[in-house]
Design a protein around this ligand. Structure first.
Ligand code: G
Ligand code: G
Ligand code: MN
Ligand code: NA
Length: 250
């Protein structure tokens, strides 16, 4: 059996699980929400990470079904959290092409009663690269529901500034390649400073990804970054580790 066949049955067999990594307010050090990150508990191979199976899911079209499961599961999960916490979900380009995306979001919001602003969708520039116009329209439709949209891995694609003009994101997630050396290299610091300034002029929040050291944190604070995420706070953990989580009563 190969990974594609195994992935087809993984959904049915309940082998997928969402882990959650906190997004932290840089001023208060408090979690404001969590990013949902897929894990696959393979019956023979143990835990498989998304870098391994997401590309397979994208190539085979399984990503659509898988992505719908992620949206629904994340919303059922956030319904158990305190109201002030939100959940971020990663979207693949292939999901954006599926006519089921809007209905999935609308139905899952209705079924869970979660306020739309508590859902944030993370997309990468590649989503805007192909088929630009229809994806921009789709993003506007999703946003008109009250759902927030974040631009993920910012700075790693092509002509990023053009994407900021073509769609009003709520948030820019600064890729960890700039964060890695923010405490040792002036050029990384200058880039972070420029991006946070740009984002705030455009009314967007910035999240720095991959923060591992407190020296990075103090530099990011100095450069006006709004939120942080990374191993300094926590890696992604199973849902039952989330503070204040409760099974709904009644
Ligand atoms: O969880 P990390 O630890 O290994 O994730 C690796 C990559 O997989 C990241 O780029 C992340 O965006 C992506 N990823 C994780 N979960 C999902 C998901 O539910 N859907 C999509 N499309 N990508 C995901
Ligand atoms: O592409 P996206 O940003 O969605 O992927 C998030 C990825 O970053 C996941 O693989 C997650 O496990 C990883 N990650 C999160 N925090 C850190 C960190 O502090 N350091 C490193 N190296 N990776 C991180
Ligand atoms: Mn992400
Ligand atoms: Na990212």
């Amino acid at each position: 059996r190969n990974i594609e066949m195994d992935l087809r049955s993984a959904l049915k067999r309940n082998e997928l699980e969402l882990y959650y990594q906190p997004l932290v307010n840089i001023e208060t050090n408090e979690s404001i929400g969590y990013e949902a990150l897929l894990r696959w508990h393979h019956p023979e191979k143990g835990m498989i990470m998304p870098d391994v199976f997401i590309p397979v899911a994208e190539d085979t079209g399984l990503i659509v079904q898988l992505g719908e499961w992620v949206v629904r599961s994340a919303l059922y999960e956030v319904a158990k959290w305190p109201e002030h916490l939100s959940v971020a979900v990663n979207l693949s380009p292939a999901q954006m092409r599926s006519p089921n995306l809007m209905p999935t979001i609308i139905n899952a919001l209705a079924a869970t009663g979660v306020a739309p602003h508590r859902l944030e969708l993370e997309i990468t520039e590649s989503v805007l690269m192909n088929d630009n116009q229809s994806n921009v329209e789709l993003l506007h439709k999703i946003r008109s529901l009250g759902v927030r949209i974040a631009l993920d891995d910012f700075g790693t694609g092509y002509s990023s500034l053009n994407y900021l003009r073509s769609f009003p994101f709520d948030k820019i997630k600064i890729d960890r390649c700039f964060v890695d050396e923010v405490d040792s290299r002036e050029d990384c610091r200058a880039i972070i400073r420029a991006v946070t300034g740009l984002a705030s002029s455009l009314g967007m929040v910035t999240t720095a990804e991959g923060v591992e050291r407190s020296d990075q944190l103090s530099q990011l604070k100095e450069e006006g970054c709004v939120q942080v995420q990374g191993y300094l706070f926590s890696k992604a953990v199973p849902a039952n580790n989330i503070k204040g989580r409760a099974e709904p009563t009644g």
